[in-house]
Design a protein around this ligand. Sequence first.
Ligand SMILES: Cc1cc2nc3c(=O)[nH]c(=O)nc-3n(C[C@H](O)[C@H](O)[C@H](O)COP(=O)(O)OP(=O)(O)OC[C@H]3O[C@@H](n4cnc5c(N)ncnc54)[C@H](O)[C@@H]3O)c2cc1C
Length: 483
Amino acid sequence: MKGTRIAVIGGGISGLATARYLAGAPERPQVTLLEADGAPGGKVRTVDLGGFEVDTGPDAVLFRAEAVRELLFELGLDAEVQAPALRTAYLWSRGRLRVMPRGSVFGVPDRLLPLMTSGLVSGAGIARAGADLVLPRRPQGQDLSISQLLRPRFGRQICERLVEPLLCGVHAGRADVLSARSTVPEVEAIARDSRSIYLGLRRRAPAARPAEDGPPPPVLVTLRHGLGQLVQALRDDLPEGCLRTGTRAVALTRAGSGWVVSCGEGRPDLDVDAVVLATPAAATADLVEPLSADLARLLSGIRYAGVATVTLVHPLSGIARDLDATGFLVPPADGRFVVGCTWSTAKWPYLHNDRLAVVRCAVGRDGDQRWADLDDDALVAEVRSELEVAMGLTGPSERVLVTRWPGAMPQYAVGHAARLEEIDVEVAGLPGLALTGAAYRGSGLAGCITQARATARAVLDGLSAAEDGDGDGDGAAAGDGAR
Ligand SMILES: Cc1cc2nc3c(=O)[nH]c(=O)nc-3n(C[C@H](O)[C@H](O)[C@H](O)COP(=O)(O)OP(=O)(O)OC[C@H]3O[C@@H](n4cnc5c(N)ncnc54)[C@H](O)[C@@H]3O)c2cc1C
């Protein structure tokens, strides 16, 4: 396969990782990574805010994912990994910060005592959750929304006060829209295999359950200089000349058995044997529209929600309470503006400071885009007024940073899995084309990295099968692989 050329379009974590897996493969293809922005990383962005290296997009990566641990090791970053300094988090629910009960999977309880003592759910709410123990197993085969799956079993309070705030915090999504199968596959699988979800969670393999005594292994981690360090390490690991920043792919055309990627603005076209599109779904739809209107339509149907982060560097003396947790999430039913707040200096050891706190708030979710109509000053004022109530924040902040992420969070709505199957069929009809990224089979960093590894392998296998004259080497479908 010597001399094989592959273009990867989109230099977010998905494109960077895909390019790296391709370039490092034994087949040694020549890889070119095109990124429209002036710097790679996409939504992964670490900035210097008054001497603090703060992440304005993702601030944690799922360490449980095998592909993540492998990648960090291969990049020599394992010594840079940092676990959160604290394990406790709060929910700002009905006027108070209340400890989030340990022992829950996406808000679904797998232990009763922490739930009962949290004060989050009333006695009646806990009794209602007991219905899960006696209800029959759900009918098999349907793709249900998270609400449809969980509300009949656990009742309104568990869903509104525990499940919804986690969904909002992680996916900026709604339980009545998101597919249980595609968004919380672990819970959905248990619901399929076990009559009671609660008992199914309790029966999970001990390794998958947090230890009853002592701290469980970290689920989420960062790096000593924020997650921008991962982007930098991936970038440094690419072969010289592989990454072209400030270069937007504007068109994709078939040329014999290969592809031509047009980069516009008098830039030379790229002639390649295969193309990986690691772009958000709307950008991918634009590029494939002339090739397959059906594929473009399927991609355009993946909706995104916009979010913004507001990061404050604030004197600890201007905060009335101890920052004794990683932060808090807010149930959407409480009608607040803030969706979640990370106490970054308390959460991450590398940010620790004796005088200042870094407090990062997320606003915006599917169905609540109020933030988008506000200018930065008004947005900060809204956030501050809620922080005053939630955690006693007073006085001026030393630094404030607003980062807007319009259309950033893909929503795996009911029907997402069926949509992916249709996408796979369309992509298979375009040999040498592959799609990967947050839009498909895992919207977090771990999902993107896991898909990138699978995509790179599928593209190389497809090319070598085509070279051997095996017609099955066609199109590597949307990330073929894990979440
Ligand atoms: C505020 C926020 C917080 C988050 N927190 C977490 C978290 O804590 N943990 C977690 O795991 N995940 C988190 N996520 C999700 C995570 O950031 C994303 O899933 C992930 O970064 C997506 O990576 P990607 O490479 O698929 O897409 P992107 O990062 O969107 O990258 C796509 C890239 O393609 C480029 N591009 C687009 N069109 C073209 C074109 N035509 N030609 C060339 N380049 C193009 C774009 O410029 C961009 O760089 C968060 C997201 C946000 C917004």
